[in-house]
Ligand binder design. Structure first.
Ligand SMILES: Nc1ncnc2c1ncn2[C@@H]1O[C@H](COP(=O)(O)OP(=O)(O)OP(=O)(O)O)[C@@H](O)[C@H]1O
Length: 279
């Protein structure tokens, strides 16, 4: 069951997966729009705790990417505040990693140089960069691919290289905007397994955007449903009922998973059509 529906107490809701007190990312009473047009999002309050995997689920155009762009400091709110690590975001936030569905690997660089690029740009020494690149390539099962060029990689390998590049500088928060949308179902599943394994091992905090219910149900610790017409808002929040160490190969066959998917489906229906109550 959702913890709230349009309730005022959502800011007080904390993940049971963490004991930390200070959220990494916090939005309160947010309104944001573009130009003179009406607000895209209105009255949004949410927070993300260290180590949490939060999924923003909602219909196309409801404002999910807008929330990621606020966290990245690429947009500013019309009213309310957006905080990162306790401080209001002011300008581009270099403490986040941002992975989208675009393939932004540089075609003229081998994988190891692509993955190490953020460190080189930050002035990290060659030897430290090499060490970290090796670590991340091995973490994402790409050790054999370090000297290949992007055109020589499969779709899944390219996604893994992009993931390695997004995480290599230890961003406090990893933003992911439908990063696997272009992959076929089997590869997507493999990436889900890799992603959860990797971020949980590194205790990486993630905000992940999707409109795919199964993706949300498999990956998240907590799901926030965005939508409800224009302006959009948070329609509902769900704590995922199964634990951190879920087995993604078997979880989808359980009754608990089927029940949870149904709940998310109802939440998403109400996000699409505001006349349908979320619970
Ligand atoms: N820079 C911009 N200028 C004007 N309008 C914008 C801008 N960025 C986003 N919008 C509008 O804000 C709304 C929300 O966009 P956003 O990309 O956040 O939605 P979304 O939920 O991520 O959608 P999708 O799932 O299709 O990617 C859309 O109507 C979009 O057209």
């Amino acid at each position: 069951m959702p913890k709230y529906v349009d309730g005022a107490t959502r800011a007080d809701t904390k993940s049971s997966t963490n004991v930390a007190t200070e959220p990494i990312f916090e939005v309160r009473d947010l309104a944001i729009g573009f130009d003179e047009r009406e607000d895209v999002l209105h009255n949004v309050t949410m927070q993300v705790e260290p180590g949490e995997f939060v999924v923003l689920l909602g219909p196309s155009g409801c404002g999910k990417t807008t929330i990621l762009n606020l966290a990245a400091g690429l947009l500013s709110p019309r009213s309310g505040y957006v905080r990162f690590d306790g401080a209001e975001i002011n300008g581009v936030n270099t403490n986040v990693g941002y992975m989208t569905q675009d393939d932004t690997l540089l075609p003229w660089m081998p994988v190891h140089a692509n993955v190490g690029l953020p460190l080189r740009m930050r002035g990290v020494s060659k030897s430290e960069t090499k060490e970290k690149v090796e670590y991340y390539l091995s973490l994402l099962d790409l050790s054999e691919a370090g000297s290949l060029f992007p055109s020589q990689l499969s779709g899944g390998m390219r996604r893994r290289a992009l993931l390695a590049r997004s995480m290599i500088y230890d961003p406090r928060l990893l933003l992911m905007d439908e990063p696997f949308a272009a992959l076929d179902a089997q590869l997507r599943h493999q990436m889900h397994v890799e992603l959860r394994r990797t971020v949980k091992r590194l205790q990486q905090t993630v905000v992940f955007v999707t409109h795919d219910i199964a993706e949300a149900a498999k990956l998240a610790d907590r799901v926030l449903i965005v939508g409800g017409g224009r302006p959009g808002h948070l329609v509902a929040e769900f704590q995922v009922p199964y634990g951190e160490d879920r087995d993604l190969e078997t979880i989808t066959y359980t009754d608990e998973y089927a029940r949870f998917e149904r709940e998310l489906n109802e939440g998403l229906r109400s996000a699409r059509d505001p006349r349908i109550p979320a619970a």
